[in-house]
Ligand binder design. Structure first.
Ligand code: MG
Length: 321
């Protein structure tokens, strides 16, 4: 029996169906990006308007019997998470399906791990709101331990804020990448402490330079510096943990420059690294369904205990598979 997964933590409302680890459908709709950023209530309204249509499309394309529904419990934007939660609870009650609250970061990690068929990778999870380096540890319970993370904002968010300040076009991360073409390197603040890092000093410096340096130089230097910080911390974590597999996941994992840098590192240390297609790094419902399917082997959840948690930490979750 198949599992339906609903993702609604930020600008994407995504619905996927999986059965025995196989993705049968993966439909989504995205709130249109504008220079106003994400206004939570507006994004939630958009999700609520489109939820029924996307759920229907995913179920029709998969065309299988479904016995469980998973939804994103967090982390994410509260009003957006609530739409997915409500949709999942309604479907669960109406059709008598088991319901599973899923951690968003875990979903990003697990879909990348499964597509790669890796057993024990080091993970660089990079998105708008998150930037973390993780891997599985067995004690005191089996979980993804956070070896390093941002002390302030996620790398995606940093690129977004810069792009808006620089009046670049929406689809911020990729517009910074475009603006960086042909740029020359100028020194920028580089802050890595062990396997942790911060981005706001770098961001402030880049914004201050707008108008006094050519845009291509600022965009290039910002991108190179931020990604080099992530790569230094990742390389250190690889050496410390002695992992032989590397995963990059999350929305910012769609960056080709970041992937290029990680390919160089993994070649140097003979580490397995195969970035997955962008469709699965962007927020999507199939990743939620995959984790919910694993959770079917564990305990059941009552509707009452299935809430949302905007700050739901991945390292608090006991892995049962
Ligand atoms: Mg995400």
């Amino acid at each position: 029996m198949a599992v339906l997964g609903i993702e609604s933590s930020a600008h994407t409302f995504g619905v996927g169906v999986v059965e025995n680890g196989k993705i049968l459908s993966n439909k989504k709709i995205m709130f249109p990006i504008s220079d106003k950023g994400l206004i939570p209530s507006k994004v939630a309204d958009f999700h609520a308007i489109n939820a029924n249509k996307v759920i229907k499309e995913a179920i029709e394309e998969a065309s299988v019997d479904i016995d469980s529904v998973g939804y994103t419990k967090g982390p994410g934007i509260g009003s957006c998470l609530n739409v997915g939660q409500l949709a999942a609870k309604t479907i669960s009650s109406k059709y008598n399906l088991d319901i599973f609250p899923v951690n968003h970061a875990l979903a990003h990690i697990e879909i990348a791990r499964r597509i790669n068929k890796f057993s024990d990778p080091l993970v660089l999870y990079v998105s708008g709101g998150n930037s973390q380096i993780l891997s599985m540890v067995e004690k005191p319970f089996k979980h993804y331990h956070v070896f390093g993370e941002t002390f302030d904002i996620g790398v995606g968010n940093m690129l977004d804020i810069f792009a808006r300040a620089a009046k670049l076009n929406p689809a911020w991360g990729s517009s910074v990448a475009k603006a960086a073409i042909g740029g020359a390197y100028i020194n920028m603040p580089y802050t890595v402490k062990g396997m942790d890092f911060t981005f706001t000093g770098l961001l402030t410096n880049a914004i201050t330079l707008i108008g006094s340096e050519p845009m291509k130089n600022i965009a290039y230097s910002l991108q190179e510096t931020a990604f080099a910080m992530l790569c230094e911390a990742t390389e250190r974590a690889l050496m410390l943990t002695k992992k032989r597999e590397l995963i990059i996941c999350g929305g910012a994992a769609q960056s080709s420059r970041l992937k290029e840098m990680l390919i160089a590192i993994s070649k140097e240390h003979s580490i397995k690294f195969r970035p997955i297609p962008d469709e699965y790094n962007a927020d999507n419902g199939a990743m939620v369904a995959l984790v919910a399917e694993e959770m079917k082997n564990g305990r059941r959840y009552s509707i009452e205990e299935c809430g949302i948690n905007q700050r739901y930490r991945v390292d608090s979750i006991k892995i049962t598979w």
